[in-house]
Design a protein around this ligand. Structure first.
Ligand code: DAH
Length: 388
């Protein structure tokens, strides 16, 4: 900036002449008008309203003018600069509007298009456990056999040596299927216990996977080794320890010369597979109509390994300090079942076992409430890793 100058030198301050200011103003307005993007406008602003802009440089010279010329030059330069800023502001608003309109066009989203990122989902931990158990037996040469969930009473009960008046029909809290005419059988039942046979529809929601034994024996050649995972139904209220719908897995082997030693071996194989090798198993007598003799399978507690039974030891939540955990029912196939399926019990013998899949999963993973398996909270499944 020049020092105040009483001797007005018109050459040094041509920049402040009316013609020069007008020229600078016109150049600025033309550049602003020509800017077709916000970036170009930014450049125009720097060139015409920035520190190095002609009018800014000219304004710096005002101080050098004689007093009588200062006011006039200041007014003219100030007015030109205001015009420029006004023009920049208007152009800025216009270009922003253009840009926004452009964005609406180029980034338009058709919300009616099909959504291509639907989560793939995962198999439920109960399904995975059932498959893992089935796989153990498939690896030993068993075949997977399946049957219907709406099952004839004959398969679910009669053929399994559970006659109509047998208390096991009551014990299993059966859900009977209504007759086609919708009428309940006498005594308010649907042909279940207490009703004369066949007054109901003769169909039930299968209470166990054991009817698949019968279906397999009737349709497959011998020797026969099958494993049957599936859904079963009981007339139970849902609570922390009961489900009205749950999964079982059933094993059945029928061959010449099978003994309880074979049964023990099969049981040990699935305990090893689910809980890791090295846990002992034991059989205790029990009763099931379709096996004779029948047994309860227990395995050594995989958490405390029996330690919690010792005096003064820490209690074990999993086995309730019993040292053993009951995991399955089993037995040698009752000859009556073989006969019902047309098989000669003098030539063939078999063993069977059945267990609850949810219970196996709960034991293996320390799940406390069976309800967690049906709540549908994806965090439960995630804790098992999403195997898709
Ligand atoms: N079906 C039985 C139940 O639901 C479980 C069972 C026990 C199955 C013993 C078997 C078996 O095959 O041998 O309670």
């Amino acid at each position: 900036m020049s020092a105040p100058n009483k001797n007005y030198d018109p050459v040094a301050v041509t920049a402040l002449s009316a013609a020069e200011v007008d020229r600078a103003l016109e150049a600025a307005l033309a550049a602003i008008e020509a800017a077709s993007t916000l970036d170009e406008l930014k450049e125009a602003r720097l060139a015409h309203d920035g520190d190095k802009a002609p009018l800014r440089l000219a304004r710096a010279e005002i101080g050098a003018l004689p007093p009588e010329a200062k006011a006039d030059a200041g007014r003219r330069v100030g007015a030109a600069m205001n015009r420029i800023r006004e023009a920049i502001g208007q152009r800025q608003a216009q270009l922003e509007r253009n840009r926004d309109e452009q964005v609406l066009v180029t980034e338009r989203v058709d919300v009616t298009l099909p959504f291509d990122r639907t989560p793939e989902g995962a198999r439920h931990p109960v399904t995975m456990t059932a498959e893992r158990l089935a796989d153990v037996f498939v690896a030993m040469g068993y075949e997977v056999a399946e049957g219907p969930e709406v099952e004839a009473e004959w398969y679910n009960f009669d053929a399994l040596n559970i006659p109509p008046d047998h208390p096991a029909r009551e014990m299993q809290d059966t859900l009977f299927v209504a007759r086609p005419d919708g009428e309940p059988g006498p005594q308010g039942g649907y042909g279940g216990t207490g009703s004369p046979p066949m007054l109901g529809s003769g169909m039930v929601l299968r209470t166990h996977t054991s009817p698949v034994q019968i279906r397999s024996l009737l349709t497959r050649p011998l020797p026969l080794y099958v494993v049957s995972p599936g859904k079963v139904y009981r007339n139970e209220a849902l609570d922390a320890t009961h489900l009205p719908v749950f999964y079982q897995i059933e094993g059945l082997a029928v061959d010449e010369g099978l003994t309880m030693a074979d049964l023990r071996g099969a049981i040990q194989a699935f305990v090893d597979a689910l809980f890791g090798a090295g846990l002992r198993t034991r059989l205790r007598p029990d009763y099931f109509p379709f096996t004779e003799p029948s047994g309860d399978v227990s395995m050594e507690c995989h958490v405390c390994r029996g330690e919690s039974v010792k005096p003064g030891a820490d209690p074990c939540r999993i086995c309730r300090s019993m040292g053993w955990i009951e995991i399955a029912g089993c037995g040698m196939v009752n000859p009556r079942v073989l006969v019902a399926c047309g098989i000669d019990p003098d030539r063939y013998s078999g063993f069977a076992f059945g267990l609850g899949v949810e219970r196996a999963l709960m034991l293996a993973h320390g799940v406390n409430e069976i309800r967690d398996t049906v709540d549908g909270d994806v965090r439960f499944s995630r804790a098992f890793g999403m195997e898709i």
